[in-house]
Ligand binder design. Structure first.
Ligand SMILES: [Fe+2]
Ligand SMILES: [Fe+2]
Length: 273
């Protein structure tokens, strides 16, 4: 069977996330032999947002497409990059006029591969367009180009993520959930052949709160006062994601596996900013 293997990594959080990625991606490539690489980069710069420099880092390390989510707007510096490039996606269901695009294609094994990024509404801002209808309308465009279609659904509620996955089952190759920063153990192939995981997880400090130090977040839970979130640099670290094998002829997933790396002695170089 002729297939492609795509590795998808959940939210890369700040400096430790980037250091983990840089340290392990070469070995993952050798061991898994993936053909395409997609990562969520919405927290890759200081835990909040992404910069053109971080994009350069990802591209230099072989990433084909960087997806994002609600934090993509944190650094205004990225807006011009979003407008000028199609390898960084912002959620497609933000209003027209927002910088950037929400879907793109890249070339892989001589085929076009489409990536769509949408954001959920349940327990998040509910004034973005319907992610279900938006994805459906994007599919009417990308289906003319390719059967190899991957969706990063950046959403809070597992019900909404499952809902979109079942809605798209048989229409896209895989739906990868992001945003919770916690890898779920429900990876599977849906009845129609769409690969699915509720959340791919993150790359960052393991004993943190979604990659951030615990104390300020606990203070916020206890006092409801605004606090500054700080990227947690304490070991051990974790990097999680999922890879899928997709049949080139049908566009359906034939194999889906979780990836989880625990790193006790990561060296976070000062130069990796
Ligand atoms: Fe995130
Ligand atoms: Fe997010």
């Amino acid at each position: 069977m002729n297939s492609i293997r795509i590795l998808f990594l959940g939210d890369i959080v700040g400096k430790p996330g980037r250091a983990l990625f840089q340290k392990h991606i070469g070995r993952l490539e050798r061991e898994l032999g993936f053909d395409g690489l997609i990562v969520n980069g919405e927290n890759s710069s200081h835990g909040r947002g992404i910069t053109s420099r971080t994009m350069k880092f990802f591209k230099h390390n072989g990433v084909n497409v960087v997806t994002s989510g609600n934090h993509v707007w944190a650094n205004k510096e990225i807006y011009s990059y979003l407008n000028e490039n199609k390898d960084l996606l912002r959620p497609a269901n933000y209003p027209t006029g927002c910088p950037g695009v929400g879907f793109t294609t890249f070339s892989c094994k001589g085929r076009e591969v489409a990536v769509i990024n949408v954001q959920g509404r349940t327990f998040m801002r509910d004034d973005v367009e319907c992610p279900f209808k938006k994805t459906e309308s994007i599919l009417s465009i990308v289906k003319k180009k390719t059967k190899l279609i991957f969706v990063d659904f950046h959403a809070e509620a597992s019900s909404e993520k499952m809902g979109l996955a079942y809605f798209l089952d048989g229409k896209v190759s895989a739906v990868f959930g992001t945003h919770s920063h916690v890898q779920t153990a429900d990876e599977r192939i849906l009845p129609g052949g769409t690969g699915y995981i509720t959340d791919a997880g993150m790359a960052g400090s393991l004993n943190s709160m979604i990659g951030m130090t615990k104390a300020p977040i606990l203070k916020r839970f206890l006092t409801q006062m605004p606090v500054k979130f700080v990227v947690d640099l304490a070991p051990p670290f974790v990097m999680t994601g999922v890879y899928v094998d997709v049949d080139l002829d049908t566009g359906k997933t034939t194999n889906i596996q979780r990836v989880k790396i625990i790193d006790e002695d990561l060296y976070i170089e000062a130069s990796i900013k």
